[in-house]
Design a protein around this ligand. Structure first.
Ligand SMILES: Nc1ncnc2c1ncn2[C@@H]1O[C@H](COP(=O)(O)OP(=O)(O)OP(=O)(O)O)[C@@H](O)[C@H]1O
Ligand SMILES: [Mg+2]
Length: 141
């Protein structure tokens, strides 16, 4: 299944994500692809809202992972600096992956391509203009 959206503002990206979040289930893995400033963190902010999480969502660039707790736990990763398996292992990624109550949202999933589980939902961002973004959501069957 694949859905393609066109966003014209941060707010629209957040709204697309908020609606998308309502289709998610505990255990889902959401892998983002797309450039710096494409809107991955903005999308995660909308996703958190859609999951009923009130926390402020910020980029996990330095911490590598942020946890947000609502009716589910949202684990928000930034794999920008992850270059090898040892790095990935030390983030605790595989333990988070095993949490049946968690939803994982992964920025720079390009860097961990080989370890994404079957059924991963891909959200691909393309920058089309200053405020225009294409957001393509595909769910592997
Ligand atoms: N339609 C849009 N959707 C999302 N962000 C937009 C849009 N138009 C402009 N922007 C701007 O693009 C930037 C998106 O930033 P954001 O941190 O969400 O990107 P990111 O993909 O997470 O980048 P990084 O890879 O650096 O973490 C913000 O500065 C935001 O204001
Ligand atoms: Mg980001």
């Amino acid at each position: 299944m694949m859905n393609t959206y066109r966003s014209h503002s941060v707010r629209e990206t957040e709204e697309i994500a908020e609606q998308f979040a309502k289709t998610l289930h505990p255990g889902d893995v959401v892998a983002y692809t797309g450039d710096l400033g494409a809107g991955k963190t903005a999308f995660t902010r909308g996703m958190a809202r859609g999951l009923g999480i009130a926390d402020e969502v910020a980029s996990p660039t330095f911490a590598l992972v942020h946890e947000y707790r609502g009716s589910v736990i949202l684990y928000h990763f930034d794999m920008y600096r992850i270059t090898d398996f040892d790095d990935l292992y030390s983030t605790g990624f595989f333990d988070y992956l095993d949490d049946p109550n968690g939803i994982l949202a992964i920025e720079w999933s390009e860097n961990i391509d080989g370890v994404l589980p079957p059924g991963t939902i891909t959200v691909a961002f393309t920058v089309l203009g200053e405020e225009e973004r294409e957001i393509k959501i595909s769910r592997e069957e």
